[in-house]
Write a protein that binds this ligand. Structure first.
Ligand SMILES: *Cc1c(COP(=O)(O)O)cnc(C)c1O
Length: 367
């Protein structure tokens, strides 16, 4: 069976270094808020070229904390609106509704699955305070129109960069394009820890300080609590492992690009719709390689029979989830179509050329 994602194999590439990191932290006797976290935050901000990086508990918390900090700083208040793509992973919405903000869902572009920037302006109201961009499947969504819109309507641009670490837009990395960004180091992400982990990046010092405090019980000084905070910190063990893996992320993303390029040029089957191959390759780090097909179930069964594991990202759009019953009558036909037709092919830095050829051959024989 060709695995969808072989996380064990990915991590065993760096076995000696990761084991050294684990033992170093274990023996140090210091497990939270220590040197490993500081070093990782510094490496991440250097890698991205952004002034502030804050290690937090996970990707969802990273996004929750950004919005929470904007509320504490008086830039947003409960009931304000945040624009978000309708077809994102549910975490982007949860971060919004958890802060009692209102998600305003905008339809994606069916060719690249990202939010359709041309449809944002008509959704802006007097209550709109931000746009949560999701660089879905690893592809950056950003342009000058977005910058102008945000300036004109005084909106914060928040990047959900859980899937796109390392991607570049005009020489700038994703996670540095807007006002603040949330990262996830969930094991299956391009930069994966050995458990949960996340980070926030931002330019503004006050915002960074506020987020750091909220993530630590609302406190920047021990036993002095300025906010009703939460506990969301990156473990020292995860920070030490992430230091190792960050060194290799560009090379790993490059390997993903090579595989994506082969899929984009060698899969030739009228029953399969490939994603738009971006003109600017660096804008995509191919967290997922997502194709569309009318009869998804049939294609998935065929691939399984041929020993190729695939997954669906995602089978149900957020507005059709039970958790969001209040949005069930919304009409978001493009998003709904995407959720019915998508299927994700194996892609990872440890997938071999032989396996890629096998996948392409099977897809080209599918009828
Ligand atoms: C993974 C993911 C998150 C949440 O990250 P966790 O670390 O799992 O909390 C948020 N948004 C998107 C788009 C994701 O893919």
């Amino acid at each position: 069976m060709i695995k969808f994602l072989d996380i064990q194999k990915i991590n065993l590439q760096y076995q000696a270094e990761i084991e050294e990191a684990l033992i170093r932290v274990y023996r140090s006797g210091w497990y939270l808020q220590g040197e490993e976290n500081k070093i990782f935050e510094k490496s991440l901000s250097t890698f991205l070229n952004v002034p502030n990086a804050i290690g937090v508990g996970n990707g969802l918390d990273a996004l929750r904390l950004i919005l929470r900090a904007y509320i504490e700083l008086g830039f947003m208040q409960e009931g304000d609106e945040i624009i978000v793509p309708a077809n994102t992973y549910i975490a982007s919405l949860l971060a919004i509704t958890d802060n009692n903000l209102i998600p305003i869902m905008v339809e994606p572009n069916i060719n690249n699955f990202n939010i359709d920037i041309t449809k944002i302006k008509e959704k802006i109201s007097s209550k709109t305070k931000g746009i949560m961009l999701v660089h879905l499947y690893g592809q950056i969504v950003f342009d000058e129109n977005l910058i102008n819109l945000a300036e004109k309507f005084n909106l914060k641009i928040i990047e959900d960069n859980a899937q796109a670490i390392g991607a570049e837009w005009k020489g700038k990395r994703s996670g540095t394009l807007g006002d603040a960004a949330g990262f996830s180091f969930y094991p299956g992400k391009n930069l994966g820890a050995l458990g949960d982990g996340g980070a926030v990046t931002c330019k503004d010092e006050t915002l960074a300080k506020t987020i750091r405090a909220i993530a630590n019980y609302g406190s920047s000084e021990k036993y002095i609590n300025q906010y009703k905070g939460l506990n969301s910190r990156l473990d020292e063990i995860q920070a030490a492992i992430l230091q190792v893996k960050l060194k290799y992320i560009d090379a790993e993303n490059e390997r993903r690009r090579k595989i994506a390029k082969r899929y984009c040029t060698e899969i030739k089957n009228p029953l399969i719709i490939l994603p738009n191959y971006p003109i600017h390759e660096l804008e995509h780090v191919w967290h997922l390689y997502v194709i569309r097909t009318k009869n998804r179930r049939r294609l998935q069964d065929y691939l399984t029979k041929n020993e190729i594991q695939t997954l669906i990202h995602y089978p149900i759009p957020p507005h059709h989830q039970e958790a969001y019953k209040e949005y069930q009558d919304f009409s978001l036909p493009i998003s709904e179509q995407i959720h019915q037709e998508v299927i994700s092919l194996p892609i990872s830095p440890v997938l071999s050329e032989k396996e890629v050829s096998e996948i392409i051959k099977n897809l080209n024989c599918y009828e």
